[in-house]
Design a protein around this ligand. Structure first.
Ligand SMILES: Nc1ncnc2c1ncn2[C@@H]1O[C@H](COP(=O)(O)OP(=O)(O)O)[C@@H](O)[C@H]1O
Ligand SMILES: [Mg+2]
Length: 364
């Protein structure tokens, strides 16, 4: 006879390498059922994009076999419940707001934001995307939604809510949906800040695990407005390897670390890291320099999330309104999946630390 206590004792030997505690203590083992030799339970992860899913599942399996019985027939279901940071006074149904930022335009913020959103949604997370780039909103083009206009709905208490547009499993709102695409700088100063705040407060987002925000380049009003108005899970910094881009990215990154802003930096992504010609797939040409993003991450002691090469399928995907991550077989889609996993992992680690630091409010 196998007892639940035996199985739980065995699973106490499996540690989550990020959270540095065992799975039983972390309350990740649910619905344990035992019938004769059949042991089944659910492993509840902190994100469906967990890069260690398979590793943890195997470790659980081995632990039960090793510590309980070689004869045990073990069935493990994997689910997830995405955690959130502590400060959730506003936007209760939105668990984690992720800012995608850079010092410069044209480095691939929108490309990264769109493909991360698609990858997280493909993993099973509920995902929203806000395009807050007042200078050049590109979500309408990247999602083949040029000219689209979100509808609105009245709530019971008479409030008007903007309905995000759904595409590829993501809820989207872009400043571009509300402006004439051919008008130069359609949004100015306070008007832009108010418009962006409305995209958060006055939209019907429903429940979201991750809300990704594609920020304008630099460190302007929009950054200040968003970071001061909403609880932010963290910022993902996109750079390219050229010195000019790195110099600007450095300033962008330093802004999040300022005491008055103090947003966790989830890590740096180096985009356009190298060029590989289609006919020579094993050759990498570091035309803009090598490892600039990696070194930047190191100098700020933040994680390096990965590099993305220059490939035509990325440009083509963006221009045609079908981001490359939708094509699961594409090598680049795999890179985005790995990067998204690391982003989700960093958020889960940060959220676990805030919970540990505030045990009394954790259950709220
Ligand atoms: N790794 C890449 N390989 C090829 N083209 C890319 C890559 N990253 C971005 N692009 C293209 O470069 C242009 C600028 O990227 P975008 O994401 O709009 O930058 P940003 O939002 O930072 O201004 C777009 O046309 C996009 O498709
Ligand atoms: Mg952009």
């Amino acid at each position: 006879m196998i007892s639940p206590e035996q199985v739980l004792a065995a699973l106490r030997n499996v540690e989550d390498p990020d959270l540095k505690k065992d799975l039983v203590t972390l309350n990740m083992i649910k619905d344990l059922k035992i019938v004769d030799k059949q042991v089944s339970f659910t492993l509840e992860l902190t994100t469906p994009a967990c890069p260690m899913k398979d590793m943890l599942k195997n470790a659980c399996l081995n632990a039960v076999k090793h510590f309980v019985s070689q004869e045990a027939e073990v069935e493990i279901n994997i689910t997830s419940r995405v955690t959130k940071p502590m400060d959730t006074t506003q936007l209760k149904a939105i668990r984690n707001i992720i800012l995608v930022s850079s010092g410069k335009g044209g480095v691939g913020k929108s490309t990264v934001a769109s493909n991360l959103a698609i990858t997280l949604a493909a993993d099973g997370a509920k995902v929203g995307l806000i395009d807050a780039d007042i200078y050049g909103p590109s979500v309408p083009i990247m999602f083949d939604l040029v000219g689209a206009k979100p509808s609105a709905r009245e709530t019971e208490d008479g409030k008007t809510l903007i309905m995000p547009i759904e595409k590829y499993g993501i809820k989207l709102l872009s400043l571009g949906f509300f402006a004439d695409p051919d008008q130069p700088v359609p949004w100015r100063g306070p008007m832009a800040s108010n418009a962006v705040k409305q995209l958060f407060n006055d939209a019907d987002w429903g429940e979201l695990d991750y809300l990704i925000v594609d920020l304008p380049p630099g460190t302007g009003d929009i950054h200040i407005t968003i970071t001061q108005s909403f609880p932010i899970a963290g910022a993902v910094i996109v750079t390219t390897p050229q010195q000019v881009a790195l110099a600007d990215t450095r300033k962008g990154l330093a802004m999040f670390k300022m005491p008055s802003i103090n947003i966790p930096v989830l890590g740096v992504i180096e985009n356009m890291a190298y060029f590989t010609p289609e006919e020579l797939p094993d050759n990498k040409y570091y035309i803009f320099g090598k490892d600039g993003g990696k070194e930047l991450a190191k100098s700020f002691a933040v994680p390096f999330l990965g590099e993305i090469p220059i490939v035509q399928s990325i440009t083509a995907g963006g221009d045609s309104g079908r981001p490359v991550a939708l094509d699961k077989d594409n090598k680049i889609a795999v890179s985005f999946t790995e990067i998204a996993g690391r982003v989700a992992q960093q958020i889960a680690i940060n959220n676990a630390q805030t919970v540990a630091a505030n045990p009394l409010v954790a259950e709220k």
